[in-house]
Design a protein around this ligand. Structure first.
Ligand code: NAD
Length: 732
């Protein structure tokens, strides 16, 4: 069985069909590349063949490169992995360039055979780079299809000529959203932006592709960059217009990435340097930069967390082995911000939702909030008016618990008050005896809340993050008595929503909040110690965290901080360690600076709620000390305080799988994606180095930086987290 097969028809059109056996989506492997090369070469040399159509035997064209190929190329190189990767990448360039030149005479550009790519559906990564090397790209009018180059999202860039070809096709400015942001678009939009050439009716795809091959003239086969007098759209770096583009692009990339993503910087370098030289030299330059990115530890860590581990979790890596438990009817209690958000994403996934609040008015408001969100999506053309109406029609707002009959799952998002939660639990369980009951609490232990349940084996935590429609992580919390069926149903629900789940055990703040809160607190402590607020915020941003700690406190609100501090102090008594933090937040509360929602917090805001900058009054409250710590020290404090907490969560069995720790950190609170997550970061710097930093910080700042025993032990043995805790690979 091969990945590619070829059939030539009576008119001499060879159709090469990509159909990787046993997989729902095509991905390119090294063996597949060889097969493609052999078939193309055979067709080009066969006098009976007039031209070639490359298509797919599946509903989609291709999902991209088999990312294991990169690991294999490195391994094959032994002591010289860079040389092996470079040779592997150049081999790929060779195959695609042979397709592009299609046997034509290099001087006269005559004698080539037309090659067209016919895309039935989604075409990503190499699935677009291969078409870009063909002479024409046709896509079926399939609105579900996505076309683009998402490599940057996992810490690499399109390195099979996609970067060089797209920039030469669209210009640096036109290519920027696809290369730098990994923008994916449906076929019509891909046509409008020049990514592909034609969108045709689905059932005419192959016929239209064949017709193009038969009608193609020699000039149709010559790429603009292989033609005399080619000029890059928008200009090259030394052209006045191009100069502006490149100066702007460098500043934009550095501003957005803070220089922590090697892929974005190397991509830009490949584009800039490639623009100054002939095409084949540009491909070699692209290959050099691509090799460097592939060998950087960041790309390996990002691919592992954001691609392999994320996919494994979405496919149910930690799901109990039970039959499928789809949710066919959902109950949501509490139609506030979170309840409405949960109703929204469930209805969008096609699930009928009963949305309950204490009054009909409140329930209606929740549904109206979903309607307003959907309206915005319609305005932005992300959704059709019919889809909006269908989604909204799935939500039934009511105060009547009897409407919960027949629900498979009920998610409660009422006030964060154990008494209110106990009351709704009892009422809902009585109304829907077969349902699994989930709480969306962010701070209350599941074990405590489950005391109100008649069926604690069916009681579980399903913790969504705000805003629900945009945050992709869902934290599932297994209480001490939660049964496997509840876990399986929660996981299947998350899969229906197309979000990414992690499953953790019950403990104060579960996993995500347990790590975020120390980060916020460390930022507040630094402020209280007289560290310049701009240094605190920029240190965090320069680590690749999306928001500095003070800005994040403003977003989540100071009063929430005060409430959590009070509850934690009550629970911990004399052991409570955060007095220094409380002094700052209580003072902020006293000043009425409760954060963004109050229009005043650590930052100042204008009347429209726009953030203006750090509040100048901070200096009067917490004077900036004459001696400031250096940037690295501030960064170590902000980073280690989170990482050490993640290790403690693993040590204490809250986390049972480091993959969940890494994926959860990146998707849950934006923990430095370039590092692959806290465990990825620890493996990158080494456990011994992390212990040395923790010891130094603990000596100066206290026990919160004490290295957990597990970390110390691993450092002594020279172990890595993925070496020791990576789950055994499953046979597919
Ligand atoms: P909210 O105040 O916006 O909404 C709570 C809703 O519950 C209100 O509409 C209220 O009328 C309703 N309610 C109160 N008592 C009720 C009762 N007895 N029966 C039916 N409805 C009742 O709060 P929220 O921000 O949506 O938070 C809800 C839950 O989600 C809390 O447990 C909170 O800790 C948790 N949570 C919040 C966030 C967040 O960022 N806001 C994130 C994750 C989890």
């Amino acid at each position: 069985m091969t990945d590619f097969t070829c059939v030539t028809d009576d008119e001499g059109v060879a159709t090469i069909t990509w159909d990787v056996p046993g997989r729902s989506m095509n991905v390119l492997s090294l063996a597949g590349l060889d097969q493609l090369d052999a078939l193309v070469t055979a067709a080009l040399t066969d006098p009976a063949v007039r031209g070639i159509v490359i298509t797919s035997g599946k509903a989609d064209f291709a999902a991209g490169m088999d990312l294991n190929v990169i690991a294999r190329m490195k391994e094959m190189g032994g002591d010289a992995p860079a040389a092996a990767v470079f040779d592997g990448v150049m081999r790929m360039h060779g195959v695609l360039r042979r397709i592009e030149l299609a046997g034509m005479d290099p001087k006269t550009k005559k004698g080539g055979k037309p090659i067209v790519a016919a895309l039935p559906g989604t075409a990503l990564g190499i699935g677009l780079e291969l078409p870009l090397a063909c002479h024409r790209i046709l896509a079926a009018d399939n609105p579900r299809a996505k076309i683009g180059l998402p490599e940057i999202m996992v810490g690499i860039f399109p390195g099979a000529g996609g970067t060089t070809r797209l920039v030469r096709k669209l210009g640096a400015m036109g290519a920027a959203p696809f290369l730098l942001e990994g923008k994916l678009v449906p076929p019509k939009e891909a046509r409008a932006s020049g990514l592909i050439d034609e969108v045709v009716p689905q059932d005419e795809l192959l016929a239209r592709a064949r017709a193009w091959v038969l009608a193609a003239k020699p000039a149709d086969l010559v790429k603009p960059w292989d033609d005399k007098g080619y000029r890059m759209p928008g200009g090259t770096p030394y052209h006045p217009a191009g100069f502006m583009t490149f100066v702007g692009a460098s500043a934009m990339v550095m501003g957005r990435t803070m220089g922590v993503y090697p892929a974005a910087r190397d991509l830009l370098a490949a584009v800039y340097e490639g623009a100054l030289v002939p095409f084949d030299t540009a491909l070699r330059i692209e290959a050099r930069h691509f090799t460097r990115v592939l060998l950087h530890p960041s790309s390996g860590a990002m691919i592992r967390s954001l691609f392999q581990n994320k996919e494994a979790l979405e496919k149910g890596a930690n799901r109990p082995a039970l039959p499928n438990q789809p949710v066919r009817r959902l109950g949501v209690l509490g139609a506030g911000m979170m309840g409405a958000g949960i109703a929204h994403v469930a209805a969008q996934a096609g699930i009928p939702v009963v949305l309950i609040d204490a009054t009909q008015d409140a329930a209606d408001r929740g549904r109206a909030q979903v309607g307003a969100q959907l309206d915005k999506a319609v305005q932005r053309r992300k959704l059709t008016a019919e889809a909006r109406d269908e989604t909204l029609a799935r939500i039934t707002p009511t105060t009547d618990y009897a409407a919960l009959a027949g629900c498979d799952l009920i998610v409660e998002a009422v006030f964060e008050d154990p008494a209110v939660k106990a009351q709704v639990t009892a009422r809902a369980e009585a109304a829907a005896p077969g349902a699994v009951f989930a709480t969306n609490t962010s701070t209350l232990p599941i074990a405590d809340l489950a005391q109100a349940s008649q069926r604690p084996e069916g009681f579980i935590g399903i913790h969504f993050f705000s805003p629900v429609d945009r945050m992709m992580l869902v934290e599932i919390i297994r209480g001490p008595r939660t049964g496997d069926l509840a876990v399986a149903r929660a996981l299947d629900f998350v899969r229906q929503l197309r979000k990414t789940p992690i499953v953790v055990n019950d403990a104060r703040f579960f996993y995500a909040n347990r790590c975020i809160i120390p980060y916020l607190n460390e930022g507040i402590r630094l402020l209280g110690e007289g560290v310049a607020p701009a240094l605190i915020e920029n240190a965090a941003r320069m680590l690749g965290l999306p928001l500095g700690p003070l800005q994040l406190v403003d977003e989540t609100s100071i009063d929430l901080g005060v409430r959590i501090a009070r509850a934690t102090r009550a629970a911990m008594g004399a052991a409570y360690p955060d007095g220094a933090v409380d002094r700052v937040i209580l003072r902020m509360a006293e000043l009425g600076r409760l954060g963004r929602k109050a229009g005043a917090g650590f930052y100042a805001y204008d009347a429209a709620g726009k953030r203006l900058g750090l509040w100048p009054g901070l200096a009067a409250e917490w004077p900036v000390a004459a001696a400031q710590p250096d940037l690295t020290t501030v960064q170590h404090r902000l980073l280690l305080v989170q990482v050490l907490e993640a290790v403690r969560a693993l040590e204490q069995g809250v986390l049972t799988d480091i993959r969940e720790g890494d994926v959860g950190a990146i998707l849950g609170w934006g923990f430095c994606p370039w590092s692959g997550g806290p465990f990825g970061w620890l493996d990158m710097v080494g456990t011994a180095q992390a212990v040395a930093w923790a010891d130094a910080l603990a000596a100066q700042h206290g026990a919160r930086f004490a290295a957990p025993d597990l970390l110390r032990q691993m450092a002594a043995r020279g172990e890595t987290f993925y070496g020791r805790f990576a789950p055994p690979a499953r046979v597919a």
